[in-house]
Design a protein around this ligand. Structure first.
Ligand code: GLC
Ligand code: CA
Length: 566
């Protein structure tokens, strides 16, 4: 892109930003995991000035918004999802002034900002939790969290046998006979959302960031806030047997009281012009997702169905059909996502042997420490990932991209044990290697001590092969994944008609093919099989892999402009 087209876009974008309350409906949103994106001051940790310095890259890529994972003060017991102070910036990442500078620069470049909000738990270093520990049982300070007396003859047993999501007991003793609940790491005490002070404080936090110009919020563990802790507590086995959200009465997840909490948030979003938006991270059954996506609630919810699916035409088609039908009911718009900071990168997932199975950790178990890792077909994985991403970018709804997927970056499977950071690894005693492999700092240049991430080193070690996936290398290669994403994202702008949610699936004559039309004569066709197929007539706009004698090879997507539309 030339500088003048960038300038033109910047001017145009400033106007669009001010006037479009529906911007989120068809947005391409790029997730930044701040500690691993770009390091401006050379301490090995990505930071806010690093993000600001890379805004031209985001503009060239063609994304509409950035979702920023937590950047709040944190001891990093869980990669920043353990928040010490919801209304400040981690000094390791910068200052509030750096934040203001970053958001102003993003907006000037036509890019909106969604920040991560973590309401289910604070960190154990939050001033409220320190106060709770220093206060007696039954105190108002303890009521902001979930404290219970121990069980057993001498009260030393935890209140129940509940397991935390990261392994081990979900109850931590505090030394005076009481335990506190932590559904995640012990450094992440669960907040008590039945407490009005907790609710009011989060409204204050939402306003704090909305006042600073934040366009929206990604709500962490949105299905977890409300809890029923009436005694006697049910056993872990009983909870496991209850399907989350299937009946809406699970004591920990997807409870009805959430509607009231998010209605209050919705009222705050509505105080702004344009209204602030939100997207829920809620691992619930697809049929329960609509309550988070309702216009009276958060408005949009992540749809992880494609992320969990195999590379299979019938599975993709059923998921897309179902989800497009359900947004008609909610009036929301769909979200599509293949990768994020919690799952194995999709370029690697799609290269796993077909029988690896879904262990609920989305491909992670194959990396078991000491276990035998199956051979990953790296080439096939990347080829399928490119085909799947190009298909996704043609769908109606918003597309969430995770930093590095535009480079076709594979998972780093062999982060040395001594460098691992994810609590999942430690709390499972290494039976689950955790999520560090998708959080390794990005390679910007072919060479250099941290491949251009920063001046000196990276907080998670990058493998030697990272340079081949660097922005510098891919920028020069017309067939690179980076250039595929760029072309697709720029072409996609023509598809972003807010009113038009239609997709029309064509009968292709093959079970391995998914072919659909969008407004304006646009078509996307994916061959999920391995035998090349004839392309429908029309102008080929972009393909995820080169055509084979004019035919569409296996594991390839093409976008076409249908001949009839001219
Ligand atoms: C969400 C985040 C994940 C974090 C967890 C606890 O699932 O995406 O990274 O560990 O919540 O906050
Ligand atoms: Ca830094």
């Amino acid at each position: 892109m030339t500088e003048s087209t960038l300038d033109a876009r910047t001017t145009e974008a400033a106007v669009v930003l001010a006037n479009d309350p529906g911007w989120w409906r068809q947005a391409a949103v790029y997730q930044i995991y701040p500690r691993s994106f770009a390091d401006a001051n050379g301490d090995g940790i990505g930071d806010l000035p690093g993000i600001t310095s890379r805004i031209p890259y985001l503009v060239e890529l063609g994304v509409d918004a950035v979702w920023l994972s937590p950047f709040y003060p944190s001891a990093l017991a869980d990669g920043g999802y353990d928040v010490d102070d919801y209304r400040d910036v981690d000094p390791k990442l910068g200052t509030l002034a750096d934040f203001d500078e970053m958001i102003a620069a993003l907006h000037a470049a036509g890019i909106r900002l969604i920040v991560d909000i973590v309401p289910n738990h604070s960190s154990n270093r939050h001033e409220w939790f320190r106060e709770a520990l220093a206060s007696p049982r039954g105190s108002a300070a303890r009521d902001r969290y979930i404290f219970h007396d121990g069980e057993g003859p001498d009260g030393t047993e935890p209140p129940s046998d509940w397991q935390s999501m990261f392994g081990g007991s979900a109850w931590q003793p505090v030394g005076d006979g009481q335990f506190y609940l932590h559904l995640f790491a012990p450094e992440q005490p669960d907040l008590n959302w039945a407490n009005p002070e907790v609710r009011a404080d989060f409204l204050r936090t939402l306003r704090f960031w909305a006042d600073r110009g934040v366009d929206g919020f990604r709500v962490d563990v949105a299905h977890g806030l409300a809890k029923d802790l009436t005694y006697p507590l049910r056993s872990h086995a009983e909870l496991e047997a209850m399907r989350i959200g299937a009946e809406g009465s699970h004591p920990l997840w997807d409870r009805e009281e959430l509607d009231e909490i998010y209605a209050e948030w919705r009222a705050v979003f509505g105080e702004y012009d344009p209204p602030r938006i939100a997207v829920a991270e809620a691992w619930v059954e697809p049929t329960r997702r609509h309550r988070y996506a309702a216009p009276t609630s958060l408005g949009q919810a992540f749809n992880f169905d494609l992320l969990r699916a195999d590379f299979d035409a019938a599975e993709f088609r059923a998921i897309i059909d179902h989800n497009l039908e359900s947004v008609v009911v909610t009036g929301s718009s769909n979200t599509w996502v293949f990768s994020n900071h919690d799952v194995v990168r999709h370029a690697t997932r799609y290269g796993l042997p077909a029988d690896h199975g879904d262990d609920g950790q989305i491909g992670r178990a194959w990396l078991l420490t000491g276990g035998v890792a199956p051979t990953v077909d790296v080439e096939l994985g990347l080829r399928r990932a490119r085909a799947a991403s190009l298909l996704m970018l043609a769908l109606p709804g918003s597309a969430y991209l995770y930093q590095g997927e535009e480079l076709g970056l594979p998972e780093v499977a062999d982060v040395p044990e001594a460098d691992r950071q994810d609590p999942t690894f430690f709390r499972s005693r290494g039976t689950d290697v955790g999520r560090d492999g998708c959080r390794v700092p990005l390679p910007w240049t072919r060479e250099g001590s941290s491949f251009g991430f920063g001046a000196d080193g990276a907080h998670l070690p990058q493998p030697a092969w990272f340079g081949a996936f660097s922005v510098e290398v891919e920028r020069e290669d017309p067939d690179s994944t980076l250039n595929l994403y760029r072309r697709a994202l720029w072409l996609r702008r023509d598809l972003q008609d807010v009113e038009e949610l239609a997709w029309r699936a064509h009968a292709s004559g093959s079970d391995d093919v998914l072919w659909f039309a969008r407004p304006g004569g646009w078509e996307s066709i994916t061959n999920f099989g391995s035998t090349p197929i004839e392309l429908p007539s029309g102008e080929v706009l972009v393909t995820s892999a080169p055509l084979a004698d004019g035919r569409l090879p296996g594991a390839t997507t093409a976008w076409l402009r249908a001949a009839a539309a001219g």
